[in-house]
Design a protein around this ligand. Structure first.
Ligand SMILES: [Zn+2]
Length: 68
């Protein structure tokens, strides 16, 4: 069963909810009861890996080796 995190836009509190397809309840902040929540990406998918373009795979890490 997937767990999703929602961040309250009012108080910033993060609440975790179990989401079922058969039970599409409206989530509210468990702290201030505000329904104004922002859904967060799951932690394993939220990594901003912008620098993971594997540039140093070849024998020349800079691409300007004279022996290439
Ligand atoms: Zn709140």
């Amino acid at each position: 069963m997937p767990i999703f995190e929602y961040k309250c836009k009012k108080c910033g509190h993060i609440t975790e909810f179990l989401e079922k397809h058969s039970d599409p309840r409206k989530h509210v902040c468990e702290k201030c009861k505000s329904p104004d929540l922002q859904k967060l990406l799951s932690t394993f998918a939220a990594g901003h890996s912008s620098g993971s373009t594997s540039q140093s795979n070849g024998s020349c890490p800079t691409g300007t080796c004279p022996l290439s």
